[in-house]
Design a protein around this ligand. Structure first.
Ligand SMILES: [Cu+2]
Length: 164
């Protein structure tokens, strides 16, 4: 497996601020959707809410994300729900593959720079550079949450297309 996943006690997650940057910040971490960004280069900040509606549906707000090629964005997360939620952004095939692994190992936690997991009420952030254009996906891979609605499209528009 290319990605590193760590087993962490839930209690640890409740007491330690969850940051998705940290040890992974070098260029070799570049994946198709981009790479960890430099906070000095942030040109846009977006707040993403994770929540449930109390009727079995779970969602992200906004439900769709659109960025520009080369843009460094601060993604700020708030878990307004009553359950743990996560955010993973990647190519769709990788998300689906990762989802299957999570279903077999429900207690698995990510230690990937393109993912974050938050306890109810918790906040966190990912600073990311969307270095290449493409159509990607974001999702929560806690078993059952994808099916309950926690996924959406993520588009990175080509810089060339923006400035013909
Ligand atoms: Cu979730």
């Amino acid at each position: 497996m290319r990605r590193v996943c760590l087993m962490l006690a839930t209690s640890l997650l409740l007491t330690v601020p969850v940051m998705a940057s940290g040890t992974h910040s070098s260029a070799h971490d570049e994946i198709p959707i981009g790479k960890p960004g430099d906070k000095k280069k942030v040109t846009r900040t977006i707040e993403i809410i994770m929540k449930e509606d109390g009727q079995g549906k779970m969602m992200f707000s906004p439900a769709k994300l659109v960025f520009k090629e080369g843009q460094t964005v601060k993604l700020r997360f708030v878990n307004q729900g009553e359950m743990d939620h996560e955010f993973v952004m990647d190519e769709e095939a990788t998300i689906i593959e990762h989802k299957a692994v999570m279903e077999k190992n429900p207690d698995m936690e990510h230690d990937d720079p393109n993912a974050i997991r938050l306890a109810p009420g918790a906040r966190g952030e990912i600073i990311w550079t969307f270095s290449k254009p493409g159509t990607f996906k974001f999702a929560c891979l806690v078993p059952g949450h994808f099916e309950a609605g926690m996924h959406g499209p993520l588009e990175v528009d080509s810089a060339v297309a923006n400035n013909p």
